[in-house]
Design a protein around this ligand. Structure first.
Ligand SMILES: NC(=O)c1ccc[n+]([C@@H]2O[C@H](COP(=O)([O-])OP(=O)(O)OC[C@H]3O[C@@H](n4cnc5c(N)ncnc54)[C@H](OP(=O)(O)O)[C@@H]3O)[C@@H](O)[C@H]2O)c1
Length: 351
């Protein structure tokens, strides 16, 4: 069959993205062919197209890490050791893929697809697996956030951020939210019920004071967990306010996003040279931990995915917030919107 994809011949510039038709082979052993209805965008898609993501494929590739749609066909059974697929033809499913989701149809390992929960749209479901698992893995598996702990959540109005907020509430944590713009602060207060004293707009000149104000509003003398994907100059003031037994989880570096549509940006070298550094020996004295992860590692541990989805669904009790939808044909505009730093919730392409 023929499908339409967004393909980039070589990472380095968003201007190299091209829409094209190409053949999709029948699903192989253990695979399902999914007619894609919605594609979830991730900040990593932008970094990948710019060539700033460590896992970016060499040469030509189709970006995209997550999708939702309908199973159209199942391939022949997989190897005897492969578990039977959890889905049938006609099922509404969501899934993750190591690139290749910016497509109107794709083949994916059938056992790694999840059924779309009742009442969710395809856009909701495409907004769920990567960002949900990121929030779940960082907060539950790594940081092991416990009831009553105080957590600093950067980019709280973003795709990962809003799911992290839902998870943290279900864990019984107190959350101090940080965002980059006043519009997002207002959104968190009015739409997500965050107390005004517990959401702040980052200001690099007085970030430490802002954190102290929020901590005093929370009645706390420090953070138990800092969940950070911005890095840059904001990381050290937050780290300095970790309590004994505090955990810093680093899972992104949005501050390193170039201003333009190309990778080349001399400011990045300067930012790299000034990046935060933490002395491991100081961790013992202060009784703190630093952790980091990249979810793409889960692809090498794919057998854990069904269990991870189930654990995520237990703590993530409501559908993700889809902030803006773009038609599939407008993928470059959707990526530009996500890259701008203005987006709230998930950005989704609809086929
Ligand atoms: N390690 C992993 O496995 C993994 C997996 C998924 C996502 N991530 C990371 O998690 C973060 C959130 O991902 P997401 O897909 O949910 O994106 P998102 O939070 O919806 O959007 C990215 C946000 O980054 C913030 N930001 C800070 N500095 C920026 C800059 N210079 N340019 C543009 N935006 C900037 C903006 O929010 P504010 O200004 O409000 O902070 C922006 O809205 C990203 O850094 C991503 O790379 C990591």
């Amino acid at each position: 069959m023929t499908r339409t994809v967004w393909r980039i011949d070589r990472a380095g510039s968003l201007d190299r993205l091209r829409r094209q038709d190409e053949a999709l082979p029948p699903p192989g052993p253990g695979e399902a062919r999914v007619r894609v209805e919605a594609v979830g965008l991730n900040f990593a898609d932008v970094f990948a197209c710019l060539g700033l993501y460590s896992a970016t494929p060499k040469g030509s590739f189709v970006p995209g890490l997550e999708f939702a749609g309908t199973v159209e066909a199942l391939g022949p059974p997989g190897a005897a050791s492969t578990p039977a697929p959890a889905v049938c033809e006609g099922d509404a499913v969501f899934g993750m893929t190591r690139f290749g989701a910016y497509a109107t149809a794709l083949n994916a390992p059938a056992r790694l697809l999840g059924r779309i929960p009742a009442g969710w749209t395809a856009a909701d479901a495409a907004a769920f697996p990567v960002q949900g698992l990121t929030a779940w893995y960082g907060l539950v598996e790594l940081a092991r956030v416990a009831r009553g702990e105080v957590v600093l959540l950067q980019s709280a109005a973003g795709g990962v951020g809003l799911l992290a907020l839902t998870i943290l509430r279900s864990l019984g944590a107190t959350v101090v939210c940080v965002v980059g713009r006043e519009t997002k602060r207002r959104f968190l207060i009015s739409e997500r019920g965050v107390a005004p004293d517990l959401v702040l707009v980052r200001d690099r000149r007085r970030f430490g004071d802002e954190l102290d104000g929020a901590l005093s509003a929370a009645g706390a003398d420090g953070f138990d967990v800092v969940f950070d994907a911005v890095a840059g100059p904001f990381l050290e003031p937050a780290f300095a306010r970790l309590r004994p037994r505090g955990r810093l989880v680093v899972y992104g570096a949005a501050d390193f996003m170039p201003r333009g549509r190309r990778r080349a940006d001399p400011r990045l070298l300067l930012k790299y040279l000034r990046r935060p550094t933490i002395d491991p020996l100081s961790l013992m004295t202060a009784n703190r931990s630093v952790m980091g992860f990249n979810l793409i590692w889960l692809w090498n541990q794919a057998h854990r995915l069904p269990e991870a989805y189930a654990a995520l669904e237990r703590v993530c009790t409501e559908p993700p917030v889809v902030g803006r939808r773009f038609p599939f044909d407008e993928a470059p505009a959707a990526m530009a919107w996500l890259k701008s730093g203005e987006s709230m919730g998930k950005v989704v392409l609809e086929v």
